[in-house]
Design a protein around this ligand. Structure first.
Ligand code: CA
Length: 222
């Protein structure tokens, strides 16, 4: 899952980026409204964390332009104060939620998860495919109620496959969801994650199928 942080307070921005990356998200950062607007015209994210007071272009204007391009990407506004007018204006312009600074990191992460879930089809923190279950809130997977020992990256790959279980996910889609600007995951690395996942999910009924030239598909053969 890819998150875009737009925040000109570098200390806050770096702190957010690090903690969200530790939770397994791919995170990119812009520190001016103009940069954010530019990046949002050609990159797709699962969630945008948007500060309102930004240099060059205000957060309101970034949001307005994003929605005018027809984007439905969930946007969580970070407001500097508890200003009711700002909140109302942000929500009217198409923000999905807001959080007033200073905020508690745990609350921000809970709202991030909720918005990403809402943006995806399901709406629940639990994704289930046969006996395989992934708890996206707690970053843990189980098979037949037995815990699986998966790395953050393996969990991220598994989440993408489980959300589209029974459908083909192509490599480009997977890499786009896994990578951020600073860190590219190579095709080879993705194949290593898939190889490890296959080994750890070697139960017979769960199968990660390679569809030559198209991508990968998670199947439940029960
Ligand atoms: Ca600011």
């Amino acid at each position: 899952m890819r998150i875009f942080i737009v925040e000109d307070d570098l200390i806050l921005a770096d702190g957010l980026k690090n903690s969200l990356m530790q939770s397994g998200y791919a995170v990119d950062l812009a520190t001016t409204g103009a940069d954010a607007d530019n990046i949002l015209t050609y990159q797709t994210f699962d969630l945008v964390l948007l500060d309102l007071g930004l240099p060059k272009l205000s957060g309101f204007e970034v949001l307005k332009r994003l929605r005018s391009r027809g984007s439905k990407t969930p946007v969580l506004i970070l407001t500097a104060n508890n200003d009711l007018d700002d909140r109302v204006k942000g929500l009217d312009l198409g923000a999905d939620d807001y959080l007033s600074k200073p905020f508690i990191l745990a609350e921000l992460e809970a709202r991030v998860r909720a918005l990403i879930r809402r943006g995806q089809a399901g709406g629940s923190a639990l994704i289930t495919v046969g006996k395989l279950q992934l708890d996206t809130a707690n970053h843990a997977a189980t098979y037949d109620d037995q815990g699986l020992n998966l790395s953050a990256r393996e969990l991220a790959v598994l989440e993408i496959l489980m959300q589209k279980a029974g459908k083909v996910v192509n490599k480009e889609q997977m890499l786009e969801k896994l990578c951020n600007f600073d860190e590219d995951i190579s095709d080879n690395a993705l194949e290593v994650y898939l190889h490890r996942l296959r080994k750890k999910l070697d139960y017979g009924d769960i199968n990660i199928r390679t569809i030559r030239g198209l991508g990968y598909m998670l199947e439940n053969n029960v």
